[in-house]
Design a protein around this ligand. Structure first.
Ligand SMILES: NC(=O)c1ccc[n+]([C@@H]2O[C@H](COP(=O)([O-])OP(=O)(O)OC[C@H]3O[C@@H](n4cnc5c(N)ncnc54)[C@H](O)[C@@H]3O)[C@@H](O)[C@H]2O)c1
Length: 259
């Protein structure tokens, strides 16, 4: 079976994507930073969580490799790609890693906060493309690159300008990547979630002094939070043969986000 790389796979949406792709028979190379960042207001995924996701995926009878991989470091993305190649032909890359770098009024946010958001949400995506596209090209046609963007790739957010800016940058880069790869048998698409029940949403709730993430339900016209599995469904379709004609698109899994 073909191999998919999922980076940012230790928990939340990335973990849901890994489990869904495993159910569909993909062999997997799973990466995550597996280390907290002292500058962030919340913990990141851990090695234990990543191993737990791998165990769940192996229950589907597929092969799984795991690696500690910081997307901010190109050589670590390249090492994850090299590991994936030892499992078989890599036909899909799913970029899920993301952070909430910090908050503040848009005109007061400092450079360090902008760098934290840009480093993971935008530059990490660029590193992922640099590291994996040569492999996807060598296995084209039917190669897929999918990135998890955000409802805030398409609108602003109160107190989270650097996060929204980094997600806009990611969307612009992704669409350009799709154009550059269009004639080469590699499709490139984004999935933009609305408020999804994960650890990152808890960190977002803290920004607004909300007691519970459920208070974000009203941000969606469907009146509830999204489940990570619902985001994974869109990703799994985009990496499937059925989505061969879809590139340069963004699937909004946001229950009609109202901000
Ligand atoms: N939860 C939401 O409401 C929501 C909404 C829109 C978009 N998103 C996006 O979905 C993606 C997944 O987020 P989530 O909600 O599952 O959050 P999460 O914090 O649970 O998961 C993010 C994962 O990315 C990993 N990660 C962070 N920095 C990394 C790095 N430098 N290298 C490798 N891995 C790194 C973390 O360790 C963690 O396992 C993110 O890109 C996020 O911006 C989330």
């Amino acid at each position: 079976m073909a191999v998919a790389i999922v980076v940012g796979a230790a928990r939340g949406i990335g973990a849901a994507v890994a489990v869904r792709l495993a159910e569909q028979g993909w062999d997997l190379a799973l990466g995550d930073v597996c280390e907290d960042d002292a500058e962030l207001a919340y913990p990141l995924g851990s090695s234990t969580e990543l191993e737990g996701v791998a165990v769940k995926c192996r229950n589907s009878g597929i092969t799984v490799g795991v690696a500690k991989c910081d997307v901010r470091v190109l050589s670590e993305m390249e090492a994850l790609t090299a590991q994936a190649r030892t499992l078989g032909e890599v036909h899909a890359v799913v970029y899920v890693a993301g952070v909430l770098g910090g908050s503040g009024l848009a005109w007061e946010v400092d450079d360090a906060t902008f760098e934290r958001d840009l480093d993971v949400n935008f530059r990490g995506l660029v590193n992922a493309a640099r590291a994996t596209v040569p492999t996807l090209l060598s296995n084209a046609p039917n190669s897929r690159f999918v990135a998890v963007l955000s409802a805030s790739s398409h609108s602003g957010l109160p107190l989270l300008s650097s996060y929204a800016a980094s997600k806009h940058a990611a969307a612009g880069y992704l669409h350009s990547l799709a154009i550059d790869l269009a004639a080469h048998g590699v499709t490139v698409n984004g999935v933009s979630p609305g408020s999804t029940d994960t650890r990152l949403l808890q960190a977002t709730a803290a920004v607004y002094d909300l007691k519970n993430v459920s208070e974000f339900a009203e941000q969606q016209r469907i009146g509830r939070l999204l489940d990570p599995a619902e985001i994974a469904s869109a990703v799994s379709w985009l990496v499937s043969p059925e989505a061969s004609g879809v590139t340069g698109s963004v699937v909004r899994v946001d229950g009609i986000f109202t901000g």
